[in-house]
Each structure stands twice: as structure tokens, then as C-alpha cells.
Design a protein around this ligand. Structure first.
Ligand code: AMP
Length: 188
């Protein structure tokens, strides 16, 4: 089972991923988490990524595609995985298609979580409060930039998958449990 969960920052992708991981015994691959781990570890790539992430921009396609290519080659991905925060550009989506085709794999589902932009500010504010400001990009100013980047660079992957007939949508404005139920209904 290979799933892509799409949606703007604050849509609830991470929260729902945790539930899908448990139910379907697959692993979550979050490029944001991987990049934050590199930042924490102080690697050269992490130092470069931090600046880009704090601005709300996207890390280069080559870097994230390389990270995902290495990660999905690991044995724990053989049962399947759910991509959270990747792909984020059409170029990344095309690279993923090639990567999967080379392994004889294909996507099971691409699910877009649709959320009204107005609530995203409240959700990110809540996350910042709950995590004690753990993420330096969880603030109104950076979120504004992340939303512009989402609209301009990430939203075009929705028609990309729609044309392939692979796209499903869920209403991400519902409460957390209802969104989970809608996701299970698609995936079961
Ligand atoms: P996220 O945790 O998914 O919200 O990602 C946090 C930040 O990491 C993003 O705002 C980007 O700067 C960077 N990032 C995460 N995933 C990607 C990706 N697939 N492509 C480029 N940048 C990414």
C-alpha cells in the first residue's frame, strides 16, 4: 500500500498519518520530519535546509527526491508507506512516478485533504502553543509564505494526479475522527 496524503500546511496530514500507520501497518515518510532531523543533527544539508524552511520556501527538488529515493529503498518500506509532505511540486511527483515504476510499484491512493485557508492560521497557532513553539516555521508570517508556496508550487500536483485518475478528496474541515473515517472508507 503506497499512499500520498496531500493538503496545505495545517490540514491535519500528520495527525491522520499516525492513525493510518497504526491501522494499515505501514510507515509514514514525512520529508518535513526528515529535514527537521537533519537540521537538529546539524548536517551540512540541515543547515542549508533550515534557512529555506524558516523562510517558508521549499527545499530543492533534487535534495528531497534524493532523500525519498534513499528512504524507500530501505527494507522497512517493503510493506508500504504513506507520504506526508511529498511530493510538493510537479517535478517531485514525476520523479516519484519514475522511482516507483523502476521498482515495479504503483500508487494505491492519492488523497487530498481539503481545508478552508482561514482555519489554517488557527490550527497552526494551536500547534505552536501545544508544542511550545517546537517548529520555527509555525508562526503567522511564515505560514502566509507557506500558503503562497502551496498555492503556486504544490496545488498544481492536484490536477496532475486528477488527470491520472488517481485522486480522491476528503473534507478536512470535519472533526479529526470523521476525517479518519473518511480516509478509512477510501482505503479499506
Ligand atoms: P512540513 O513538515 O511538511 O510542513 O514541511 C516543513 C518544511 O520543510 C516546508 O515548508 C519546506 O520548507 C520543507 N519541505 C518538506 N517537505 C518538502 C518537499 N517535499 N519539498 C520541498 N521542501 C519540503
Amino acid at each position: 500500500m503506497i499512499i500520498i496524503l496531500l493538503g496545505p500546511p495545517g490540514a491535519g496530514k500528520g495527525t491522520q498519518c499516525e492513525r493510518l500507520v497504526e491501522k494499515y501497518s505501514i510507515i509514514q515518510l514525512s520529508t518535513g520530519d526528515m529535514l527537521r532531523a537533519a537540521v537538529k543533527a546539524g548536517t551540512k544539508m540541515g543547515k542549508m535546509a533550515k534557512e529555506v524552511m524558516d523562510r517558508g520556501d521549499l527545499v530543492s527538488d533534487d535534495i528531497v527526491v534524493g532523500i525519498i529515493a534513499d528512504r524507500i529503498a530501505e527494507p522497512d518500506c517493503s510493506r508500504g508507506f504513506i507520504l506526508d509532505g511529498f511530493p510538493r511540486t510537479v517535478k517531485q511527483a514525476e520523479a516519484l512516478d519514475k522511482m516507483l515504476a523502476a521498482k515495479g510499484l504503483s500508487l494505491s491512493s492519492v488523497i487530498s485533504m481539503e481545508v478552508d485557508e482561514k482555519v489554517l492560521f488557527q490550527r497552526i497557532e494551536k500547534r505552536a502553543a501545544e508544542t511550545g513553539g517546537a517548529r520555527s516555521d509555525d508562526n503567522a508570517e511564515t505560514l502566509k509564505k507557506r500558503l503562497v508556496v502551496y498555492r503556486e508550487q504544490t496545488a498544481p500536483i492536484i490536477p496532475y494526479y486528477k488527470e491520472k485518475g488517481a485522486l480522491k478528496t476528503v473534507d478536512g474541515m470535519q472533526d479529526i475522527d470523521s476525517v479518519t473515517k473518511a480516509l478509512y472508507a477510501i482505503l479499506d
